[in-house]
Ligand binder design. Structure first.
Ligand code: AMP
Ligand code: GLY
Length: 437
């Protein structure tokens, strides 16, 4: 019996749990999450609700459950040092230690790392600890800049010129705000092009890419409205995206490989887990937007259902630095994931309202996130509610499947119609053509 701890309670952790349960080995799952997730509850041997950054509570739960290893879903516990705390107990993790987790928790650290090790992919940037030179750097960048608070801000620390800020004065004001918050601020050149996610498993030395995925951060159709945790995502059956060339993916994978090795040299620690690169395909090639030190949500729901390799073995290979000995394979299927979210999400989401899931066709996977199971059914608990993933031979079929399932949900909810549709994908292809000529 393999006893495994999963930290987190969203749809990402639901698909992680399901993927472990598909292992040929007998697996018992122990979950430590912020709330009960009805999808995960049905797969778990033990489930404790608590603060996912409460290291002592997690350590006590891990000891009591006698788990062998852990996987951490969200970024906050990684940044809080949960992997380090578990290691003190002799529990390994297929997730990174705090030091190497800085890849996500400090944007300045990552930009500086690429620069120091001369790794291709940075935009023009500078990290500031005070206002010295700030005004001059804004003058240098002109209209096209991005201002990033250095630490974890739940995706809310980044402001882009033209989108959230206009002109030097507004940029300077937000940069000052970030500095006054006690942190550093990263100012960088604004890059133009479609974004994509390339997640790689990493054991410290070896990296193995997963299929490419594109997430959609804006709340409404046509990429309008506020930024969200991610409304849905798609990936092609060839493990690429229609607007990318093979060279783009190779470039992104190469950046990740070099960053893994630079991290080891810089910190003395191996990065174990998932290096999730957010990249942008520009006119001049691929550039790095940021790294996350974990699976993406929703991206995990696109790739893990396609994983053919035993996930227990894969995590062990990550932990023991043996990824090079394992053939990591994914099915050649297209996936489209659509999240159903509460009306008003993300700013003032409906809560405590009942929803009813209608008919879910074959070929659709259902992953629960922010929903509460009560005696008379499912209730919204304020964030992204349920992810529906269509899995098929083509993007067109996968989109139809996901659309039919997500459209069956009754209650005060909405979703994005356009994710994975031919029309939206064609827009990205056209954008790329215009950029690259
Ligand atoms: P991050 O939290 O670093 O992923 O940034 C959030 C979002 O800001 C990204 O998904 C991009 O859409 C945007 N962004 C970040 N950095 C840049 C950049 N240098 N140029 C253009 N957009 C950016
Ligand atoms: N897909 C966005 C994230 O996981 O941060």
């Amino acid at each position: 019996m393999r006893k495994i701890l999963i930290i987190g309670n969203g749809a990402r952790e639901h698909v992680i749990a399901e993927t472990f349960k598909r292992s040929a080995q007998e697996v018992e799952l122990y979950i430590f999450g912020g709330a009960k997730n009805p999808g995960i509850v049905s797969l778990a041997a033990g489930y404790e609700v608590g603060d996912v950054c409460d290291l002592e509570a997690i350590a006590a739960f891990a000891e009591k459950s006698e788990v062998e290893f852990a996987v951490v879903g969200p970024e906050a516990p990684i940044a809080a040092g949960v992997v380090d705390r578990l290691r003190e107990l002799g529990v390994a993790s297929a997730s990174p230690l705090q030091t190497v987790g800085r890849l996500e928790s400090s944007k300045g650290f990552t930009r500086d790392l690429l620069k120091k090790y001369e790794i291709y992919g940075n935009p023009e940037f500078q990290v500031f600890e005070n206002e010295e030179g700030l005004s001059e750097f804004f003058d240098h960048l002109g209209e096209h800049y991005v201002v990033k608070a250095d630490g974890l801000k739940g995706g809310k620390g980044v402001k882009v010129s033209g989108d959230h800020l206009n002109g030097k004065e507004e940029g300077m004001a937000y940069a000052r705000e970030c500095l006054a918050d006690g942190g550093k601020v990263v100012i960088e050149e604004k890059l133009v092009g479609p974004e994509f996610s390339l997640m790689s498993f990493c054991d410290g030395m070896n990296t193995v890419e997963m299929p490419c995925v594109q997430d959609h951060k804006r709340a409404y159709d046509g990429d309008e409205g506020p930024n969200t945790g991610g409304m849905g995502s798609y990936g092609g059956s060839d493990h690429s995206l229609p607007f990318l060339s093979d060279a783009d993916i190779k470039e992104a994978a190469q950046i990740t490989r070099e960053v893994a090795s630079a991290l080891k040299e810089e910190t003395g620690e191996s990065f174990k887990g998932v290096m999730y690169g957010g990249f942008i395909a520009t006119a001049k090639g691929v550039r790095l937007i940021e790294y996350n030190a974990r699976f993406g949500d929703p991206e995990a729901m696109n790739v893990l259902p396609l994983l053919k390799t035993d996930f227990v073995e894969l995590c062990e290979a990550i932990i023991h630095g043996r990824l090079n000995e394992l053939a990591v394979e994914f099915e050649q299927k297209a996936t489209v994931c659509k999240y159903v979210v509460p009306e008003g999400y993300p700013d003032s989401p409906a809560k405590d309202k009942k929803i009813v899931v209608g008919e879910v066709p074959d070929g659709v996977k259902v992953y629960y996130s922010s929903v509460d199971q009560r005696e008379d059914g499912l209730y919204l608990s304020g964030s992204r509610a349920i992810a529906f993933v269509g899995v098929a031979d083509s993007l067109e079929e996968a989109e139809k499947l996901a659309a039919s399932a997500v459209g069956s949900v009754e209650g005060p909810v909405f979703y994005r119609n356009d994710i994975g549709t031919a029309e939206l994908i064609e827009k990205r292809v056209q954008m790329m053509k215009e950029l690259r000529g």
